[in-house]
Design a protein. Structure first.
Length: 634
């Protein structure tokens, strides 16, 4: 694997490939004098340089240790300094023999130029590009896949080893940030619009029934009292974590914690899903105005009934006369009875009260129509929502993810022209315009009744200040901070956790969150993500059944291999071939996402099926037929 970049994402990606997937990695970075970009608010050159030096030192020491989980030894082979990724540089680092190349420079043009050169050198090379322009990225992805297809004589996208994947760190970090705000963890995998998380559970007490979730992924170490695996070993067996156990092993493992798979969802109150267009009639007028109109209608009816009793006329005729008196167009009742004269005076008085109410109704309706396309304000009784600070590149993506989960959100943005303002207006999300560090801004966002705070501005100090102030208002508030430097994020997390031990705090670096998605793309498009289990790792992949004898023609029960891989769900999306039409698929749950869970063990996997499965590294390598090169002969 070759990783080329000029910021923290490149180093984090190299560490992810080496530590999680056990791959051999060559890292290409700019020379020392050009390695770090100019500092921005919340970023220090010294901190970034120190981080790079530590990673480089770790790279030079790598090779003595093996990969976690019993994988064959592997490490970052070398660190190459190059000002530009030219054809000569790619040739020197072995791009013609590499399995995958990641181009994660901060400049889109640099990544595109290097990708075109690399594709010409090696048409079979798997490419992963970091591009901010999503539309341009789609065209570049199609162009590079077409180039590889022409060079190899195959159809575009026919082989995963020649795929091109264009990613954005904003898009890849958004699901983890959204999941952290909702459930307090970033151990999530996204599949067909669903967020799946791995949850560690302690052994059930006597008389309790453990909830298996969607499935049991692993049994935790028998000797570890800490679900984080502080005492767990790397091996298998009773003392280490047991990945993908069968039902017999789960039933026999009494007293051991488990890791189960669950779907991430929001169970709190939802905001009305109002979109653009004409607002509903009830929202045209305020509650007070509606009660005023109702009171006037009641007065008219009461006057009509009284006139009917006094004169003995037909009720319809009495109502008509009352309305004439109300609007002042009836003749004065000079020669009528005293009762009729009194009722006419009362009708005239009600008519005087009706005029300002009608005027207020017209003005309020016009104001409602005018503000239908404007930013909404937080409702008065709002509670249990997520306060999102910053509607920049990251904040906009996170906002979209949260609304896809029907989560109520209130945004705070200082710049009324920020890129996420249009998205918030389209999604009808309340927005508070103002500097979050100023007094009263967070209160306007109803922070005292919020479920969580997501501080995603581009300034670390602003995020930290807003989080500390929010904690002073509500000590038990769930807080998620976006911080640039990993060491600074760790220090902030530990300090806030010590100061507020009963509140959940998470500090996240975008490069740290985006690296797993980039690493998964380098392993192939079928890799959806990885979740650590103590000191081992589980991979989630989407695989076409066709061409895999371990799956094709077998039932779900026969395709399951304990400790290697397990079929979790059937993808019934249109591109997945059959849409669950085989025998037994009707018995499963078919959610709107297209994933069919709880497949019966007798369901036969056909060549047109696409399945979501969990696997170990070795199991997935065996299933996909991956052949690793021997390090001695590389």
């Amino acid at each position: 694997m070759i990783v080329c970049g000029d910021d923290g994402l490149a180093h984090r990606l190299a560490a992810e490939l080496r530590g999680v997937y056990g791959e051999q990695v060559t890292l290409v970075v700019p020379p020392s004098g050009r390695r770090v970009r100019q500092p921005v608010v919340g970023r220090a050159r010294a901190a970034s340089a120190a981080l790079i030096d530590r990673v480089s030192a770790a790279v030079n020491r790598a090779g003595a240790g093996g990969a976690a989980g019993g994988a064959e030894p592997s490490a970052i082979e070398q660190v190459v300094e190059a000002a530009e990724v030219t054809e000569a540089v790619l040739t020197d680092v072995g791009a013609d023999r590499a399995a995958a190349l990641a181009l994660v420079y901060d400049d889109d043009e640099t990544n595109i130029r290097a990708a075109l050169t690399a594709r010409r050198l090696n048409p079979r090379l798997r490419l992963v590009l970091r591009l901010y322009n999503r539309r341009l990225g789609q065209h570049i992805e199609e162009l590079l896949d077409q180039t590889a297809a022409v060079a190899s004589g195959t159809e575009p996208g026919a082989g995963l080893d020649t795929s091109t994947t264009v990613l954005s760190d904003a898009d890849t970090a958004a699901p983890a940030l959204a999941a952290t705000a909702l459930v307090g963890t970033s151990k999530v995998v996204q599949a067909e619009g669903l967020f799946l998380r791995a949850v560690e559970r302690q052994p059930p007490r006597p008389g309790e029934v453990a909830d298996p979730g969607l499935c049991t992924l692993a049994l935790l170490s028998a000797t570890s009292n800490d679900p984080a695996g502080a005492d767990g070993s790397e091996g298998s067996g009773e003392q280490g974590p047991q990945l993908l156990p069968d039902e017999t092993a789960v039933a026999a493992a009494t007293g051991r914690g488990t890791v189960v798979l669950e779907q991430v969802s929001y169970s709190g109150p939802s905001l009305p899903a109002g979109r653009g267009g004409v607002p509903p009639f009830a929202s045209l007028f305020s509650r007070r105005l509606r009660w005023s109109l109702a009171g006037l209608v009641g007065c008219v009816l009461a006057l009509a009934v009284a006139l009917t009793i006094v004169t003995g006329e037909d009720p319809l005729y009495a109502t008509y006369v009352t309305l004439l008196d109300l609007f002042g167009i009836n003749d004065p009742a000079f020669h009528e009875s005293t009762g009729e004269q009194v009722l006419q005076l009362l009708s005239g008085l009600v008519g005087l009260l009706l005029l300002p109410v009608l005027l207020a109704a017209v003005l309020e309706a016009l104001g409602t129509f005018r503000s239908a396309s404007a930013l909404r304000k937080p409702p008065r009784g709002l509670g249990g929502h997520v306060v999102l600070l910053g509607l920049g590149k990251i904040g906009t993506r996170v906002l979209t993810r949260l609304r896809e989960l029907n989560t109520p959100v209130v945004c705070v943005e200082a710049d009324p022209e920020a890129r996420g303002i249009a998205t918030a207006r389209r999604l009808r999300v309340p927005v508070v315009i103002g500097d979050v560090t100023q007094e009263g801004v967070l209160e306007a966002a109803k922070i005292h009744r919020a479920h969580a705070l997501l501080a995603l501005t581009s300034a670390d100090t602003t995020n930290l200040e807003a989080s500390l102030y929010a904690r002073s208002v509500r000590p038990d508030l769930r807080v998620v901070l976006r911080l640039y430097d990993d060491d600074f994020a760790t220090a902030v997390y530990r300090t806030l956790r010590a100061a507020h031990p009963f509140a959940l705090t998470r500090s996240r670096s975008v490069s740290h969150l985006a690296a797993p998605a980039f690493a998964g793309a380098m392993m192939g498009r079928q890799i959806l993500g990885a979740i650590p289990v103590e000191r081992r790792v589980l991979l989630f992949a989407e695989v076409d059944v066709a061409g895999h004898p371990q799956l094709e023609g077998r039932t779900v029960g026969e395709a399951f291999r304990a400790g290697a891989w397990r079929v979790l769900a059937l993808n019934t999306a249109p591109s997945g071939g059959r849409r669950g039409d085989a025998e037994g698929a009707e018995e499963a749950r078919v959610p709107a996402s297209g994933l069919v869970w709880d497949l019966p063990p007798t369901y036969v996997l056909g060549a047109g099926d696409r399945v979501l499965l969990a696997a170990t590294r070795r199991g997935l390598a065996e299933l996909l037929g991956r052949r690793r090169r021997e390090r001695a002969g590389a």
